[in-house]
Design a protein around this ligand. Structure first.
Ligand SMILES: O=C(O)CCC(=O)C(=O)O
Ligand SMILES: [Fe+2]
Length: 261
């Protein structure tokens, strides 16, 4: 992991430069009293999700101010003005998405890493980095984007992302918090009589996605685990209570594989 290897001042300068690029420098905005983008942010902290190798969460990826700037940029696209709830872009991404990609790269490079209990952290260990270096340093990092907008009650059923996309997928969550569940891809959907629903649920790994969080999947998490968001009444349980649902927006960033000739 690069965190220990890079010099702190250089880190901070590069981070601020990336933030300015991503969301603009609010110090030259109209009011003049908005905080500079990124000001007040704690160091990014990455958590390896136990049980699913290659699944990482950066819960405090975007500050509240950055989230609202990003939402404004998404809304300005006008994608969701009619009944549509999804927009996709291939190749050239909107500048805010290119800049969001740069910020993801930065967060992976300089963020602190928590690999969980009993797992020894080693700088040179690929498993201790949210993305293996061949994916982290590919150019571009991402060239495909999906923006999803979910009404309360709407989610996405269990799936592995299409094989036309390369390894290394990032999901940024905005607005309503939700629980995303991960389940092994080879695990058959249980026939009611063979597996109690409680058992099926316990085989799933729940991950709480608060607004401003970033999930990164690679390797096993990308290829061997399905992910889903079930927002049907009763399904969004976290900390012993049901989450209150509002509109949720997510930005998924991926890299297209070169098409076969
Ligand atoms: O909306 C999300 O958080 C997930 C979206 C997703 O998994 C997909 O578009 O493949
Ligand atoms: Fe997906």
């Amino acid at each position: 992991m690069a965190a220990a290897a890079v010099d702190d001042d250089g880190d901070e300068l590069r981070r601020r430069a990336a933030l300015r690029e991503v969301f603009g420098d609010s110090s030259d905005g109209e009011s003049g009293d908005e905080p500079v983008a990124g000001a007040g942010r704690e160091q990014w902290r990455w958590e390896a999700v136990e049980g699913a190798k290659g699944l990482w969460l950066c819960a405090a990826f975007l500050t509240a101010d950055e989230q609202s700037r990003l939402l404004t940029a998404v809304r300005r696209e006008g994608w969701f003005s009619d009944a549509r709830n999804q927009a996709m872009r291939f190749g050239d991404l909107p500048s805010w998405a290119v800049e969001l990609s740069a910020l993801i790269h930065e967060a992976i490079c300089v963020g602190d890493v928590d690999v969980g209990c009993g797992v020894e952290f080693k700088n040179e260990d690929e498993d201790a980095c949210p993305l293996p270096s061949d994916l982290l340093w590919r150019k571009p990092l991402f060239d495909q984007m999906i923006a999803n907008r979910y009404e309360p009650g709407e989610g996405i059923c269990a799936h592995v992302d299409l094989m036309r996309f390369d390894d290394g997928i990032a999901i940024v969550s905005l607005e309503s918090p939700c629980v995303m569940h991960f389940s092994r891809a080879e695990q058959q959907v249980p026939v009611c009589n063979t597996l109690e629903s409680g058992q099926a649920e316990s085989a799933k790994i729940p991950v709480y996605l608060n607004p401003g969080s970033l999930v990164v999947m690679s390797g096993d998490a990308r290829y061997l685990w399905k992910h889903e968001i079930n927002r049907k009444p009763g399904a969004q349980q976290w900390g012993g209570r049901e989450l209150e649902q509002q509109i949720r927006t997510s930005i998924t960033l991926r890299k297209l594989l070169a098409s076969p000739n």
